[in-house]
Design a protein around this ligand. Structure first.
Ligand SMILES: CC(C)(COP(=O)(O)OP(=O)(O)OC[C@H]1O[C@@H](n2cnc3c(N)ncnc32)[C@H](O)[C@@H]1OP(=O)(O)O)[C@@H](O)C(=O)NCCC(=O)NCCS
Length: 118
């Protein structure tokens, strides 16, 4: 099992790095890009991850299926983690009613899928 996490004081900060072909990126994005690159180089076609949905508790009455597709007025996904994955090229695939004990996500999650073609 693999999880991505960045301690709060380093979130949102861009870093220089030595990965070829990629400009300066946030450390969270580099973690995903580096992991996907290694997997795809080794023959994996697609990767499905169960994402947290940490703003779900702000919409307690919305069904998790609707919540995973819910977008802000500017078209971006409402949930910050789903938004993060979509920005990196993931497709929002499927809700998960119970993912793990997680107050913010109200125990739910959402499958996101990265394809090698991206
Ligand atoms: C998910 C995570 C790796 C993203 O890293 P990051 O450096 O914050 O990446 P971003 O800056 O692109 O954040 C994505 C969005 O989440 C928002 N965000 C970050 N931390 C947040 C928080 N604690 N609460 C609410 N929103 C948050 C950011 O403002 C950003 O919003 P934007 O799309 O409007 O710019 C990081 O927030 C994290 O480690 N979270 C805790 C662990 C976790 O939930 N991991 C995800 C497992 S699927």
């Amino acid at each position: 099992m693999v999880g991505v996490g960045v301690i709060p004081e380093f979130r949102g900060i861009k870093f220089q790095h030595n990965l070829p072909g990629i400009e300066e990126r946030k450390i969270s994005e580099l973690l995903i890009i580096f992991t996907l690159r290694k997997l795809f180089e080794n023959g994996v076609d697609s990767v499905i991850a169960c994402a947290r949905v940490p703003a779900k508790y702000k919409k307690p009455d919305m069904g998790i299926s609707d919540y995973c597709q819910f977008r802000r007025e500017n078209g971006e996904l409402y949930d910050p983690v789903l938004r993060f994955h979509e920005r990196l090229g993931a497709k929002i695939v499927k809700l998960v009613a119970y993912a793990m004990e997680d107050f913010e996500s109200m125990n739910a999650g959402c499958w996101v899928k990265y394809d090698q073609s991206l």
